[in-house]
Ligand binder design. Structure first.
Ligand code: 5GP
Length: 200
């Protein structure tokens, strides 16, 4: 039994709408903590250091690994991505629900360390739609888009390791479903503080 927050892992190919759905989810829940990852990829236009990612060099990232500062990390496409450990642990201890937007490799590492983590996979309705979304946002070169599509198909093969699948055909509906999942997870017996008089 604990009054710690829920640890929610949201995975899905880049272009599946994780960020948009998470923002919509924020309108349903006021205790969400979004974990900002570190990455060695270059910022896209409009991305802000410390808000979207911590943009770091490969050397800096490798130092973070060495110093055990990352809860999980993975090499995705040719870049490193990882979750800073301390902010997540602090937020969980404060009772906040923590959302990690990370890939499948990272999600499985988190599940190893936190068995109670809730793994949610978000997918667009079809691969064709994913391709169209990636092209539409005009931030990635055609060969980068091709890599991301192939990566997505590989990730889908590991869907059975997840607790939930959400098809993102409508952002608001997807956010509502994730909100319901968090509500239900919070009702699991080990997630609740029980009045000690029940245990006399
Ligand atoms: P993007 O470059 O499109 O922002 O992200 C590429 C992929 O890296 C996405 O699948 C995203 O979920 C994943 N990713 C982002 N941050 C992290 C992280 O901290 N750890 C891991 N393992 N994957 C991450």
């Amino acid at each position: 039994m604990s009054d710690k927050g829920n640890l929610i892992v949201l995975s899905g190919p880049s272009g599946s709408g994780k960020g948009t759905v998470r923002q919509a989810l924020g309108r349903y829940r006021n205790n969400l903590y979004y974990s900002v990852s570190a990455t060695t990829r270059a910022p896209r236009p409009g991305e802000v250091h410390g808000t979207d990612y911590y943009f770091v060099s490969r050397e800096e990232f490798e130092q973070m690994i060495e110093a055990n500062e990352l809860l999980e990390w993975a090499e995705v496409y040719t870049y490193y991505y990882g979750t800073p450990r301390m902010p997540v642990e602090d937020a969980l201890n404060q009772g906040l629900d923590v959302v990690l937007e990370i890939d499948v490799q990272g999600a499985l590492q988190v599940k190893e360390r936190f068995n109670e983590a809730v793994l949610i996979f978000l997918l667009p309705p079809t691969p064709e739609e994913l391709g169209a979304r990636l092209k539409g946002r005009k931030t990635d070169a055609p060969e980068e888009i091709q890599t991301r599509l192939e990566w997505a198909k590989r990730e889908v093969k590991l869907l059975n390791r997840y607790n939930y699948l959400i098809i993102n055909d409508n952002v608001e509906e997807a956010a509502k479903r994730i909100n319901s999942i968090i509500e239900a997870e919070g009702c699991r017996p080990f997630c609740q503080c029980l009045n000690s008089n029940w245990l006399d």
